[in-house]
Design a protein. Structure first.
Length: 235
C-alpha cells in the first residue's frame, strides 16, 4: 500500500494520500483548500484515481478542498453523518468500510473533539488516522462544536487504545515537527491520557485549558459545513 503524508504549513494540517497502486485507486484524508492543486498534481503524476475525500471531522482551522477535488477529479465526499455538513455524497458511521482497490479503511466513531469525529483504521490495523481526537502527546480541544471531554476520553480508550500496541497513529495536526506516534507510546507518555490518568483527571485537564478560539473558526466551520463549496460560486 502507498502512503504519502502531506503538510500545510499555515495551519499545521496533515493530509494523507493512501492508494492501492496495483488498482490505481486512492483516498485522501483531510485535504486543505489551498493545497488542492498540489494534491491533484500528485494524483495525476502517480496515475491514481481519487475515489473519496475523507474528513475526520468538520474542521475549525482550515477549509477542506473536498468540493474542489470533487469538481476536478469526480471524487466523492465522505464524512460523518453526525457532523451536520451538507453536500456530502456518503455520510459515514461507525463500522463502515471505505474500499480502494483491494485495501480498505474501517470507520470508527471517536466523538469528543467534535460530535462527528471519526478515526480511520487500515484493514491490517497497522496504522490509523486519528484526526484531532488523539494528537502526538496531546489531543484536540473539547470546548466547541459539540465537544465533550468525557466522550473524548471514552473514544480514545475504547476505539484507539484498543488497537495493537505497535499500530502507527497519524494525527490531523502537529506543531512541533512530529509526524507519527503509536498506541504504546501514547498509552505510556501522553500527558493527558497516558499512564494511570483517570477520566476525572482528564476532564479536569481539558476544562482548565482556557484556549482562545481558532483564528479562522468563523470562516472555516461554515465553509466545511458546505464541504468546501464556496458560498457564492463566483468566489
Amino acid at each position: 500500500m502507498f502512503l504519502r503524508q502531506l503538510f500545510d504549513l499555515q495551519t499545521g494540517t496533515y493530509t494523507y494520500l493512501l492508494a492501492d497502486m496495483d488498482a490505481g485507486e486512492a483516498v485522501l484524508i483531510d485535504p486543505v483548500y489551498e493545497q488542492a492543486r498540489r494534491d491533484a498534481a500528485l494524483l495525476s503524476e502517480l496515475g491514481l484515481k481519487l475515489l473519496y475525500t475523507l474528513e475526520t471531522h468538520v474542521h475549525a482551522d482550515h477549509i477542506t478542498s473536498a468540493w474542489l477535488l470533487h469538481k476536478s477529479t469526480g471524487s466523492k465526499i465522505a464524512l460523518s453523518g453526525d457532523g451536520g455538513a451538507e453536500g456530502l455524497h456518503r455520510p459515514l458511521a461507525h463500522g463502515d468500510k471505505i474500499e480502494f482497490g483491494k485495501r480498505f479503511l474501517m470507520v470508527r466513531a471517536t466523538p469528543g473533539h467534535t460530535k462527528g469525529c471519526l478515526t480511520f483504521v487500515l484493514d491490517t490495523e497497522e496504522m490509523a488516522f486519528t484526526g484531532d481526537c488523539l494528537l502526538i502527546r496531546g489531543c484536540g480541544r473539547t470546548d466547541f462544536q459539540g465537544g465533550d471531554a468525557a466522550e473524548m476520553y471514552h473514544s480514545i480508550q475504547t476505539q484507539i487504545f484498543t488497537l495493537p500496541e505497535n499500530c502507527l497513529l497519524y494525527p490531523g495536526h502537529d506543531y512541533k515537527g512530529l509526524t507519527a506516534t503509536c498506541v504504546a507510546e501514547e498509552k505510556a507518555f501522553n500527558p493527558r491520557l497516558g499512564g494511570a490518568n483517570t477520566q476525572a483527571e482528564f476532564i479536569a485537564i481539558m476544562n482548565g485549558l482556557n484556549l482562545a478560539p481558532p483564528a479562522r473558526i468563523d470562516v472555516a466551520v461554515p465553509g466545511n459545513l458546505r464541504c468546501g463549496k464556496p458560498e457564492k460560486l463566483g468566489q
